[in-house]
Design a protein around this ligand. Sequence first.
Ligand code: AMP
Length: 260
Amino acid sequence: MSTFLELGLNEDLLTAITDLGFETPSDVQQKAIPILLNEDSDLVALAQTGTGKTAAFGFPMLQKINIDSRTTQGLILSPTRELCLQIANELKLYGKYCKGLNVTAIYGGASITEQARQVKRGAQIIVATPGRIIKYVNSKAIKLGVLKNFVIDEFDEMLKVGFLDDVHYLFTRIPGDTKVIFCSATFGEKIQHLVYHYLEDPKVFEVKKRNIGLEQYYVRCDEDKDSVVVNLLRKFKPAQCLIFVKTKAYADSLAAQLHT
Ligand code: AMP
């Protein structure tokens, strides 16, 4: 079992890792990081959410990009905007000491103007849902001509929601030497067929369990859920946190309370 230092991560990333309190690399990180840092092969990681897969492809990506250039060097495709935002936020945390780093999230259903402004500024890493990024690629606002890493996260979910044509289109727009990483929780016949259609001789590995010591709790609260949420946040003080609620209106009202 290697430490993060032994995996070959640089000082900026190691400092962020210490800040985040990550003690040991998870299985998927042990396997993926050395390959992505030192080898040329493409990768297929069969791993669920909760295994630390974002950091597994994120750390090497952050280490390998040329931060002095504002060209798009890493593209991560995600099936939903929630996951897209989550990945972008994680990468910003992991890369907080990488001076000049710009990670931009591009997803449908949000203001085009604000995203266009961010795209114009230039981002080394873009995390996107397929439909929206294709618009920018078509209009040449985003150029993929020097892309180094292309990650297709939750590929199985991507297929379920009908994004195959979009994935296929993006493959026609990236350079031939872009390193490709497919992440998927399942590896059925159709997925295997597609993966081997795109990649010649990828390294494939499976991570069975979630092994980063995530603890799960449930709290029963019949009333005043808001103060329960506030108290939980006070107690656990998470560096970042996603809260899923039932309605847009409740999301707005809870967000307003958390701001106070
Ligand atoms: P993921 O599977 O990428 O969605 O990661 C799940 C959660 O585990 C995220 O909140 C990460 O910040 C956290 N995490 C990732 N790697 C580690 C690690 N090596 N040790 C502890 N937590 C981690």
